[in-house]
Design a binder for this molecule. Structure first.
Ligand SMILES: Nc1ncnc2c1ncn2[C@@H]1O[C@H](COP(=O)(O)OP(=O)(O)OP(=O)(O)O)[C@@H](O)[C@H]1O
Ligand SMILES: [Mg+2]
Length: 279
């Protein structure tokens, strides 16, 4: 399992997906990061109905797409297609016009970063866990990434600092700290396209703010596809797509969708009322 975790973490890809026979040449350093979902449909192998149907969404390079919708509406499934954690059953996903299935897996892994609800920690030091994302990273680069991910102060406060052993038999990071470690790794890897599938698990207020600051930092200057649970994050997205039973039923900016008075407006209305009730 540890070995599998390493492979998964390194590539952010499942091993059963193969390299294309005739890959399209892509220089990860030159990718702008325009992501398009074109008539995408997806059915899980053991699924009795389609998880996604006819999804058409275009995300301009450097902008943010927020996916919203009820539990089970297909948000994580849609996001999973960008890094080829799944491949569409119909239609295609492109980055700068190139079908992601036509890219070499090592190129795709450099272009697309995923911060998901699951984070793998290697049994080893924090330094090793970070360096894993970029084997030739200098200590300065690592500390800078940890700082931007709001994790440096936590690490600096541990007796052995960056040499602290983490994982099953080592220091236990909290959920929010693990998430920030995943963000620090992503910052080191510096992908053009970032997929953020935020954990729904409750974080305390201070951790929540730290994670949010780290996520904002990670998203800056990249094409970001985010599954956010905070209204503030969704509201700021350049484009919002509302999913319902695997279909995009609405897309547009926050203002456009509120003005349209449809599904999104009702979701926001109930979220705001909930905030009023709580706060
Ligand atoms: N590995 C899987 N195998 C079979 N069906 C799956 C699998 N993962 C998800 N599904 C199904 O696909 C549909 C979409 O699930 P998905 O996880 O994409 O929803 P989601 O919008 O991310 O939900 P949540 O808000 O709870 O995270 C659901 O009907 C779900 O039951
Ligand atoms: Mg999900």
């Amino acid at each position: 399992m540890a070995l599998f975790s390493r492979v998964f973490e390194y590539l952010d890809l499942p091993v059963e997906i193969a390299d294309p026979a005739h890959p399209v040449r892509v220089d990860p350093a030159d990718v702008r990061g325009e992501v398009r979902f074109e008539r995408v449909g997806f059915t899980y192998a053991d699924g009795h109905r389609a998880a996604l149907t006819d999804v058409d969404v275009a995300v301009a390079a450097g902008t943010t797409l927020a996916l919203v919708g009820e539990t089970g509406s297909g948000k994580s499934t849609l996001a999973s297609l960008v890094a080829r954690l799944n491949d569409p059953t119909t239609g295609r996903v492109t980055i700068d016009g190139v079908d992601v299935r036509d890219m070499r897996l090592t190129d795709l892994a450099r272009v697309v970063g995923v911060v998901s609800q699951e984070t793998y920690l290697l049994h080893g030091t924090i330094r090793e866990n970070l360096r894993h994302a970029k084997p030739d990273a200098t200590d300065d680069e690592m500390v800078e990434a940890a700082r931007r991910a709001q994790l440096h102060d936590v690490i600096a406060g541990l007796p052995a600092g960056y040499d602290t052993v983490v994982g099953a038999r080592g220091h236990r990071f909290s959920g929010g700290e693990k998430q920030r470690l995943a963000i620090a790794r992503t910052l080191l890897r510096d992908p053009r396209v970032l997929v953020l599938d935020e954990a729904t698990s409750a974080l305390d207020n201070q951790t929540e703010r730290a994670v949010q600051a780290a996520l904002d930092e990670a998203a800056r200057g990249r094409t970001t596809i985010t599954i956010a649970h905070r209204l503030s994050t969704v509201r700021d997205a350049d484009l919002i797509a509302v999913l319902d039973a695997g279909r995009v039923v609405e897309q547009g900016s926050h203002d456009e969708l509120v003005a349209a008075g449809g599904r999104y407006d009702r979701l926001v209305g109930s979220a705001e009322r909930a905030v009023e009730l709580v706060g």
